[in-house]
Write a protein that binds this ligand. Structure first.
Ligand SMILES: *[C@@H]1O[C@H](CO)[C@@H](O)[C@H](O)[C@H]1NC(C)=O
Ligand SMILES: *[C@@H]1O[C@H](CO)[C@@H](O)[C@H](O)[C@H]1NC(C)=O
Ligand SMILES: CC(=O)N[C@H]1CO[C@H](CO)[C@@H](O)[C@@H]1O
Length: 584
C-alpha cells in the first residue's frame, strides 16, 4: 500500500517537475519571441532614422554652402567673443553665422559622428532676427545670432529626445523647454542636437539608433559621455557653445576628454519644469544642465547673460530661485582659499591628471591665492551611496526601458547586473570583496528595501554636512581636483570601469557647482611614469593603465568645485587657470 502511494506521488512529482520545466521553457520561449519581434520592428526604425539623418545632413551642407567660402572661413575663424561683437555691430548677419555653423557642424560630424539632427529651422529663425534688426527701435539681445548646439535629451519643439532608445524615435517634443525658450529670448539660435550613450548612464557615447561618437583627437578613443556629442562637436570646432546635462560627470568628463571647458551648476540654478530626467524620482543625486564651450571665457559670458536674466526662468518655474549672476563674487579682488587633492583615496588617477592639478595649483599660487591640501572623506562610502541613490529601484526603471529596446553592447554588462536579484549580488559581494575589494563595494551598493534607501538618504545628508563643515573649518572657497581617473580611453573602457566617475559624481552627491578647464596634454614623461609607477593591484587599475598607454597628446583638464550658489567663484578660479595657461 505504502509502496503504491510512494510510486504515485513520485510520478506525481515527476509530473509537476515536468510541468514547471515546461512552464519555464514556455516563458523563456515567449520572452525570446517577443524580444525578437521587438528587435525586428526596431531595426526598421533604425534604418529609417539613419536615412533621415543622412538627408538632414545633406540639407545642412546645402545651407552651409550658400555662403561664399572665403566669407565662411573668416566668420568660422572668429571666437565666441569676436562673433558676438560682429553680430552686435551688424558686420555679420545671423543668417551668415548659422550657415557658417551648419557648414562647420557637418565637418565636425563627418569626423566624429556627433550630430543626431540639424535643426533646419535655424536658418529661418536667423533670417527673422536679421529682419527685426533692421528696425531702428530694435534692441539686440546680448547673444544675438549665436548658433547653439544642444544635447539630444533637451526638449526642442519638433525634435526627438530619444536618449538613444530606439523606441522613442519619432516622438518629437511639442514645446521648447523653459531653458530653450530663454536661450532663444537671449538671441541664441539652436542649430543642432548631439549624440548620447543609450540611457545616459554611461561615460561612453554610443547607442543603437545613431551609433558611436568618437573623440576628435583620436577616433579609437571615446569623446566621453553622456554629453559626448557636445564634447566631440565643440572639440572639433563644430560649435562655439552648447548645452549638456550632468548627473555624475556627463558635462565634465566629455570636457576633460575633448579639451573643452564646461560647468555643471548646482541643481537649483536652472528651471527644470517640463525638462524631463533620464531616471525620474531620484532625489539627492542632483543633475543639472550646463554649458560647454571651447574656453572658460565663453561659459562665463553665457552664464552672465542667462543668470543676469534668471527671472525669465523663475517666473515660469517657481522652484527656480531668482538668484542672479553675482558679479562681485566673480570679479572680487579678495584672494581665494583653495583646497586641493590629487587622489581621492578610491581611485588613483593616471600621472597626467595629477600633474594637471599640481600645475594649476602653481598658477593659482602665483596669482596670490592660498592653496592647501584637502582630503574628501570616505570616498568608498560615497561611491556606494551614489550608486545606491542613482539606482534607487535597483536599476528597475532603466531595465524595463532597456528590455523594450535594442540593447547597446556598452550597457549589456550593466543590464546583466541589474537582472541579478539584489540579495544574490549582496551574497556574492562577500567572497568577491576578499579578492577585489572595490568590485565588492559596487556589488553591495544596490538597495534591497526602502529601509536601506532611507538610510542612504540620511547618510548623504550627513555627508553633505560633514563635507561643508571641513571646508568651513579651513575657510575654503573652492576645491581643486582631478576631473577623472584617466585621459579619454577606448570606446569599450567606460563600461568596464564604471566606478571611474568618483571624481565627478561626488559633486552631484554634494550638489556643488563644478566645472572643468583644459590644462595640458599627456606627454612622454607622463607615460613613463605611468608605466613605472601606476598601480596594478586590481583589474580596474590594470584596465585603466593599459587604456592610458598610447594616450600621448590627449587633452587633460582639472576640476574646480564650490557649494551651491557659488558657481561664480568656480568660474573665477577656472578663468584664472585658463588665463595663466593661454594668456588670453
Ligand atoms: C555675492 O556673493 C557675495 C559673497 O558670497 C555675497 O556676500 C553677496 O551677498 C552676494 N551678492 C548677491 C547679490 O547675492
Ligand atoms: C611633460 O610636461 C612636464 C610639465 O610641463 C615637463 O616638465 C616635462 O618635461 C614634459 N615631458 C616631455 C617629455 O615633454
Ligand atoms: C563595452 C563596449 O564595448 N562599449 C561600446 C562603446 O562604443 C563602441 C563603439 O565602437 C561600441 O562598439 C562598444 O560596444
Amino acid at each position: 500500500m505504502i509502496k503504491i502511494i510512494g510510486s504515485v506521488s513520485r510520478s506525481n512529482m515527476l509530473f509537476y517537475v515536468a510541468l514547471i520545466l515546461l512552464g519555464i521553457g514556455a516563458y523563456y520561449y515567449h520572452f525570446r519571441e517577443s524580444r525578437r519581434k521587438i528587435i525586428e520592428r526596431l531595426e526598421t526604425v533604425v534604418q529609417r532614422r539613419r536615412d533621415d539623418l543622412s538627408k538632414n545632413v545633406e540639407e545642412a551642407r546645402r545651407i552651409g554652402n550658400k555662403l561664399d567660402a572665403q566669407r565662411r572661413d573668416w566668420i568660422g575663424g572668429l571666437d565666441f567673443e569676436q562673433l558676438q561683437g560682429e553680430l552686435q555691430r551688424g558686420h555679420v548677419s545671423c543668417a551668415e553665422a548659422v550657415r557658417t555653423y551648419f557648414y562647420k557642424g557637418v565637418l565636425a560630424h563627418e569626423k566624429t559622428n556627433a550630430v543626431t539632427a540639424f535643426i533646419l529651422e535655424a536658418e529661418q529663425q536667423a533670417e527673422e532676427l536679421d529682419e527685426k534688426a533692421k528696425s531702428p527701435s530694435y534692441v539686440k539681445p546680448p547673444m544675438f545670432g549665436i548658433p547653439l548646439s544642444l544635447k539630444e535629451c533637451l526638449k526642442v519643439k519638433g525634435y526627438d529626445t530619444t536618449r538613444g532608445f530606439v523606441q522613442d524615435a519619432y516622438k518629437p517634443s511639442t514645446e521648447d523647454s523653459i531653458q530653450i525658450e530663454h536661450y532663444k529670448k537671449l538671441g541664441l539660435i539652436p542649430f543642432c542636437q548631439t549624440n548620447v550613450p543609450q540611457s545616459l548612464l554611461s561615460y561612453n557615447c554610443s547607442n543603437p539608433l545613431f551609433g558611436t561618437t568618437t573623440n576628435p583627437y583620436d577616433k579609437t578613443r571615446t569623446c566621453g559621455g553622456s554629453s559626448g556629442g557636445e564634447g566631440a562637436l565643440i572639440g572639433a570646432g563644430g560649435s562655439l557653445i552648447g548645452i549638456g546635462t550632468d548627473v555624475g560627470g556627463s558635462v565634465r568628463i566629455p570636457c576633460h576628454f575633448t579639451g573643452t571647458a564646461g560647468l555643471k551648476p548646482s541643481k537649483m540654478r536652472f528651471a527644470h519644469r517640463g525638462g524631463g530626467a533620464s531616471v525620474p524620482g531620484k532625489p539627492l543625486i542632483d543633475a543639472n544642465d550646463g554649458p560647454m564651450a571651447q574656453d572658460v571665457k565663453t561659459n562665463v559670458e553665457f552664464l552672465k547673460n542667462v543668470w543676469g536674466d534668471i527671472d525669465f526662468q523663475s517666473d515660469r518655474d517657481p522652484y527656480c530661485p531668482p538668484v542672479h549672476w553675482n558679479e562681485s563674487l566673480y570679479s572680487s579682488e579678495k584672494k581665494l582659499r583653495i583646497g586641493y587633492y590629487i587622489d581621492d583615496g578610491w581611485f588613483t588617477p593616471t600621472p597626467a591628471l595629477q600633474r594637471a592639478v599640481l600645475e594649476s595649483k602653481k598658477h593659482l599660487e602665483k596669482a596670490g591665492h592660498t592653496v592647501i591640501p584637502f582630503y574628501p572623506p570616505r570616498l568608498t562610502e560615497v561611491i556606494k551611496l551614489y550608486f545606491r541613490a542613482v539606482c534607487l529601484d535597483g536599476g528597475q526603471y532603466v531595465l524595463n526601458k532597456l528590455l523594450k529596446d535594442m540593447i547597446e553592447p556598452t550597457i549589456r554588462f550593466q543590464t546583466t547586473i541589474w537582472m541579478i536579484p539584489t540579495w544574490v549580488q549582496r551574497a556574492l559581494s562577500y567572497p568577491i570583496t576578499l579578492v577585489f575589494p572595490r568590485l565588492g563595494v559596487l556589488m553591495s551598493s544596490l538597495t534591497r528595501d526602502t529601509f536601506e534607501l532611507r538610510e542612504a538618504y540620511a547618510d548623504i545628508e550627513a555627508y553633505r554636512e560633514e563635507f561643508v563643515g571641513l571646508m568651513m573649518k579651513d575657510n575654503l572657497d573652492v576645491i581643486l581636483c582631478p576631473a577623472s581617473i584617466m585621459p579619454a580611453p577606448q570606446h569599450d573602457i567606460p563600461s568596464k570601469v564604471l566606478c571611474g566617475v568618483s571624481y565627478t559624481c561626488l559633486y552631484n552627491l554634494l550638489d556643488f557647482g563644478a566645472g572643468v578647464v583644459p590644462v595640458t596634454k599627456v606627454n612622454k614623461s607622463d607615460e613613463e611614469k605611468l608605466i613605472n609607477e601606476y598601480p596594478e593591484t586590481d583589474k580596474w587599475y590594470q584596465i585603466t593603465k593599459s587604456a592610458t598607454i598610447g594616450a600621448i597628446g590627449m587633452p587633460i583638464g582639472v576640476q574646480v568645485a564650490a557649494p551651491p550658489f557659488r558657481e561664480e567663484a568656480v568660474l573665477r578660479t577656472m578663468r584664472e587657470i585658463e588665463l595663466a595657461i593661454t594668456g588670453k
